[in-house]
Design a protein around this ligand. Structure first.
Ligand code: SF4
Length: 257
């Protein structure tokens, strides 16, 4: 079976024309979480065990081929699961930078940032976007349905440590859904301790089992982040992308606007 590890570029409200690399390349999602709003459906394998899913030479070849055909502003690690589960993530980041000469971004759910080796590898990226959707354990379990070895306190500690160690641009996304919108003050309080460069206030606008908040609901939520550097999904513009590759993968990832 042919592995499509490189896809896009997709138009990202956060990053511009983003050429995706999927370091997991699973038929069905492999993740440390099983978020209630995930646009990829239920997690087929919930795990915290890291391993090599796609060798660096496969990424290198695919990226070289892709860059002959398409133009992008950034290369972004994301895809069919949690990118930090890839044990060779640091090597993949370096490979992508060498081949593309572009800034490298990684989208992570923050679950493995409590691990020093993961933070060290992730710190090789230029841009990292973490995630925090809850302010207490009950809400964390309801929204993110994490692997049993991951607690909210571990996630927060990992985010705080990563913030201190990482010299690049660090954004934190909060996905607001009806279940956590009334906790925006508590979440904002935690975000203040993490001190990301930017806060991305999001709601699931891609196909999702959960309804997105309306613009009015999101405006209400954003009041809790007053004085902080935030962007909201409804206000963001999106760049136009030209030619793309890996259309099947883009469809699978529900990255079609
Ligand atoms: S962390 Fe991302 S990929 Fe994993 S279940 Fe949540 S939304 Fe889906």
């Amino acid at each position: 079976m042919k592995i499509t590890t490189v896809y896009g570029p997709v138009s990202s409200w956060r990053l511009g024309r983003s050429l995706g690399i999927d370091p997991i390349c699973a038929e069905r999602k492999i993740c440390t979480f099983d978020c209630m709003y995930c646009s990829l459906g239920r997690t087929a394998r919930k795990t915290v065990d890291r391993r090599i899913f796609v060798p660096a030479r496969v990424v290198e070849r695919a990226l070289k081929e892709a860059l002959k055909k398409v133009e992008a502003d950034v290369v972004t690690f994301s895809g069919t699961g949690e990118p930090t589960l890839a044990e060779n993530l640091g090597e993949l980041i370096e490979t992508a930078r060498d081949v593309s000469g572009l800034p490298i971004a990684v989208l992570t759910n923050s679950s493995l940032l409590f691990r020093k080796d993961v933070r060290r590898e992730l710190a090789r990226a230029d841009v990292v976007k973490g995630k925090l959707d809850a302010s207490n354990d009950e809400l964390f379990k309801r929204i993110n349905c994490p692997h049993e070895k991951i607690s909210l306190s571990k996630v927060i500690k990992g985010l705080e440590n990563f913030r201190k160690e990482f010299a690049g641009s660090f954004a934190l996304e909060i996905m607001f859904v009806p279940e956590n919108k009334q906790f925006s003050e508590e979440i904002a309080k935690i975000v203040r301790t993490i001190k990301p460069d930017e806060i991305q206030i999001n709601t699931p606008l891609r196909p999702s089992p959960v309804r997105p908040l309306t613009p009015a609901e999101l405006r209400d939520v954003q009041k809790s982040f007053k004085g902080m550097n935030f962007r909201t999904v409804y206000k963001a513009g999106k760049p136009r992308v030209g030619k793309v590759i890996g259309k099947k993968k883009i469809k699978k990832l529900k990255r079609v606007d």
